[in-house]
Design a protein around this ligand. Structure first.
Ligand code: MG
Length: 289
């Protein structure tokens, strides 16, 4: 099942996208429920559906427009990216080796989330080195603490796409990555989410294009720490909650991996594709402080 959060006739809705990707059928939710985005579907039987609406008549929002707390993220979680980042000079964790022995977990504040087609803001007064990161994101369904690897996927509701936009200079300046990862608009998400059974973690292609140029081209089967390991790692002492979002890391081909680096600039268009989920596309706009 493919779902989206969207606006239609001035109100937020959550609905199911048909197989052809032409219509979306809103769930029968109260307005308060719909305000939560797809979190409103978690932990309950599916509500009834209303008549489908042509997809081109709605405005898609992020599946979870405002997560209830920070988005968990995994750093350096594909071998080829771990090496390109460690060599870049911006990796404040490089002293521990290019490939981490345990997952690197950081977070982005919830206010970073923006929808498909919304602009990523770059502020030259704050950063001169803004980069894209195509990532598969996990949406937690059943919360828990001390979740085992073996049962971890039972706690997954589904998956979506995020672009873990990063200010590399800020990431390198501070040993904690939060500031460089949490700039306003730095978490494009969506436009669709799929339920757990609709995605094969071993074989799913993930790509990123900038202005039509293929920059990242990988497969979620190449994660260093797989989704069960990530869930087991975070939930060891941190109770995961329904609706938590975990971005699983990005493959090689980010801007910092090129010589010279290819940072995002005003007017660029970044497109992240994950097979079976869809494409998340955002323009880049320079703003003044
Ligand atoms: Mg990332």
């Amino acid at each position: 099942m493919k779902v989206a959060t969207f606006r239609f006739a001035g109100e937020r809705h959550v609905g199911v996208v048909d197989d052809a990707g032409l219509t979306i059928a809103p769930f029968d939710l109260t307005q308060d429920e719909a305000e939560q985005g797809i979190t409103a579907l978690i932990g309950r039987s599916l509500p009834g559906q209303r008549s489908p609406i042509p997809l081109d008549r709605v405005t898609l929002e992020a599946p979870i427009p405002r997560p209830r707390r920070n988005i968990f993220c995994v750093g350096k979680n594909y071998f080829d990216h771990a090496h390109e980042f460690a060599k870049s000079g911006f990796d404040s964790s490089a002293a521990n080796g290019a490939v981490p022995k345990e997952p690197i977990i950081f977070s982005k504040v919830p206010e970073t989330v923006i929808a498909d087609a919304m602009p990523i803001h770059i502020d030259p007064a704050v950063s001169a080195a803004i980069d894209y990161e195509a990532e598969l994101a996990v949406i937690i369904g059943t919360g828990g603490r001390g979740i085992s690897r073996e049962s971890a996927l039972d706690h997954v509701w589904g998956y979506t796409i995020v672009n873990d936009v990063t200010a590399r200079d800020l990431q390198g300046r501070y040993s904690q990555w939060l500031i460089g990862k949490s700039q306003d608009t730095f978490c494009p998400m969506g436009p669709f989410a799929v339920t757990r059974d609709d995605l094969d973690l071993a074989t799913t292609g993930i790509r990123c294009f900038v202005n039509g140029e293929l920059r990242q081209d990988s497969n979620t089967g190449l994660l260093i720490f797989d989704v069960p390991t990530i869930i087991a790692t975070i939930s060891a002492g941190v109770t995961l909650q329904p609706g938590d979002v975990i971005a699983t890391g990005t493959p090689a081909g980010v801007g910092i991996g090129f010589q010279p680096p290819k940072y995002l600039k005003d007017g660029d268009v970044v497109r992240v594709e994950i097979d079976g989920i869809g494409a998340l596309q955002n323009g880049v706009h320079e703003v003044q402080a």
